[in-house]
Write a protein that binds this ligand. Structure first.
Ligand code: HEC
Ligand code: HEC
Length: 306
């Protein structure tokens, strides 16, 4: 600091004080900051102090300052979830009271059923039936129109509510005998009927064994699988005349099915899922693949129930 800095020098051209710095004859002016700029600067400082007071702001050892406004994102989330539940409720009330027919006829309720059904399927069913419902060995494909226990809305609903070979009075129940293991048929007879079963979907009827097998089939198997081998929903007996196999269509798999019998089990969902979810799942599965029309006697029965 020297004396020169203390002398005030006014620039002749602009009338503004200089800082006293000079470079090669150019002098630096000491122009004050514009008023408007300063005011905005002060306002932002005041704003930030206000913000710290109202909102959560500074970290502390045990968390953070919470602010007087009680704002948290959790509250916001809860509010928006409440809004979703409210909106769902508007549908649920109508959905609850609607029959399957009304749901199919109402695009909004239908969309509601499909959305709810597909997410409930992923949560509860995909472990066994696959995310797309395509199934696997012992777990039926729910995408096709090949049904063990029937593909009408009421049949699907019944299957879901009470399960298959489950521990309740209304469950789907039937037991194919273990023809070989329990010595109902000799090994030779099992071989013969297996050849016959394979011929149903292969169009290769050649050997005499098949003729013998056809006799055995008529006597031992047709009561459940039908005279033509096309199965029966009453017994959950698969169609043996198509190329769709639950347990495999190679000779040894079919032999195993006849020799030891299988008995797939599916949990009952009536006591795990609420009625609305069951309804959503039913509509979802019905549209997923090969949903069948309600038969006359079935719809008559449900009508008289109401
Ligand atoms: C623990 C495995 C398992 C789970 C989980 C499961 N299923 Fe099943 N499901 C089966 C088996 C096994 C069968 C076949 C039973 C049989 O052989 O008759 C079956 C059969 C079915 C059938 C009958 C298909 C037909 O052709 O008639 C439907 C419909 C069905 N399941 C829907 C569902 C739905 C919907 C869910 C979820 C809520 C579900 N399943 C969850 C194992 C399961
Ligand atoms: C009491 C009824 C009943 C009788 C009788 C019966 N079945 Fe079955 N059969 C079933 C049922 C139910 C299934 C499905 C089992 C399951 O889902 O786990 C089945 C499954 C099969 C399968 C497996 C099909 C597949 O897609 O993998 C074959 C093969 C079969 N039966 C052949 C026969 C033959 C051959 C006879 C006669 C010797 C016979 N069944 C008698 C009810 C019966």
């Amino acid at each position: 600091m020297n004396d020169e800095n203390n002398k005030k020098e006014i620039d002749e051209v602009t009338g503004v004080e200089t800082t006293g710095h000079e470079w090669d004859g150019l002098k630096e002016l000491n122009t004050p900051l514009p008023r408007w700029w300063l005011w905005i600067f002060y306002v932002t400082i005041i704003w930030s102090v206000w913000y710290w007071v109202i909102y959560p702001a500074w970290p502390t050892l045990s968390g953070n300052t919470e602010g007087t406004g009680q704002y948290t994102q959790f509250n916001e989330l809860a509010a928006s979830q409440n809004e979703i539940v409210e909106r769902q409720k508007a549908y649920l009330d109508r959905f609850e009271g609607a029959s399957f027919e009304e749901i199919l006829d109402d695009p909004e309720l239908y969309a509601f059923a499909i959305a709810g059904g597909s997410s409930a399927f992923k949560d509860n069913c995909a472990t066994c039936h696959g995310t797309g419902g395509a199934g696997g060995k012992g777990y039926p494909n729910l995408n096709d129109d090949d049904w063990l226990w029937g593909g009408t809305l009421s049949e699907i609903h019944q299957t879901l509510e009470f399960g298959i070979r489950e521990n309740n009075y209304d469950t789907r129940l039937s037991q194919m005998p273990a023809f070989g293991k329990d010595e109902l048929l000799t090994k030779h007879e099992v071989d013969a009927v297996v050849d016959y079963v394979l011929s149903l979907s292969n169009n290769k009827i050649l050997e005499t064994e098949v003729v013998e097998g056809a006799q055995i089939f008529k006597m031992q198997c047709a009561s459940c699988h039908g005279d033509d081998g096309k199965g029966s929903h009453d017994f959950g007996a698969p169609n043996l005349a198509d190329k769709i196999w639950l347990y495999g269509g190679d000779r040894s798999s079919v032999y195993q099915s006849v020799y030891s019998s299988r008995a797939g089990m599916m949990p009952a969902w009536g006591n795990r899922l609420d009625e609305n979810t069951l309804k959503q799942l039913t509509v979802f599965l019905h549209q997923l693949g090969g949903g069948e029309e309600e038969q006359e006697n079935v719809s008559a029965a449900t009508e008289s129930d109401q």
